[in-house]
Write a new protein. Structure first.
Lengths: 112, 115
């Protein structure tokens, strides 16, 4: 699996937007960009995924660079509940079975 | 919809003892995963089942770890004998099917401490 690079930690004020970056310079054409997050003492949960176009859902937005070598997860208004470790993961859709390969992720702290 | 259930939530054992973890996936999910998460790291896949068959166990330390998924529903992960380095959170996840299109749903995990 292609590797991703994320900052170890970030901090945000409550109710402000948060932009979590991810670099994936060796991404291939069949790799989708997935984001999961892990709240304290819980298992990871799916956030969003995309291939080329920007994506929006109720939790977040995903902005993908035109060359696909980087992406940004956007939380529009951070709340205290958004404090978690955020993982950016590449998954190939070329074969039927591609596991999630987690890195260390970005630990997001939200300040009230 | 009920989520992925795991038990126990916490377990403390001495090294060389054995331990077993149980997982009940979301109803109808064909694919089940066991992950190990060591403190400060992301989860690492140990084994993946498709129904009751093993799809990937390449990272499972088979000399001490075993897992089964009888009848393609519940699963158990066993460690025998445990070592200090097995202290970690063991996460179970399930998905509707094995493809990359499918979201994985994780349980709360079992925190194992080996003393």
């Amino acid at each position: 699996d292609a590797k991703t690079t994320q900052p170890n930690s970030m901090e945000s004020n409550e109710e402000e937007p948060v932009h979590l970056p991810c670099n994936h310079s060796t991404i291939s054409g069949t790799d989708y960009i997935h984001w999961y997050r892990q709240l304290p003492s819980q298992g990871p949960e799916y956030v969003i995924h995309g291939l080329t176009s920007n994506v929006n859902n109720r939790m977040a937005s995903l902005a993908i660079a035109e060359d696909r070598k980087s992406s940004t997860l956007i939380l529009h208004r951070a709340t205290l509940r958004d404090a978690a470790v955020y993982y950016c993961i590449l998954r190939s859709y070329n074969s039927g079975n591609t596991p999630l390969v987690f890195g260390k992720g970005t630990r997001l702290s939200v300040i009230a | 919809e009920a989520g992925v259930a795991q038990s126990p939530r916490y377990k403390i054992i001495e090294k060389r003892q054995s331990v077993a973890f149980w997982c009940n996936p979301i109803s109808g999910h064909a694919t089940l995963y066991w992950y190990q998460q060591i403190l400060g790291q992301g989860p690492k896949l140990l084994i993946q089942f498709q129904n009751n068959g093993v799809v990937d166990d390449s990272q499972l330390p088979k000399d001490r770890f075993s897992a089964e998924r009888l009848k393609g529903v519940d699963s158990t992960l066993k460690i025998q004998p445990a070592k200090l380095e097995d202290s970690a959170v063991y996460l179970c996840a399930s998905s509707l099917a094995a493809g990359s299109h499918y979201e994985q749903y994780f349980g709360p995990g079992t925190r194992l401490t080996v003393t």
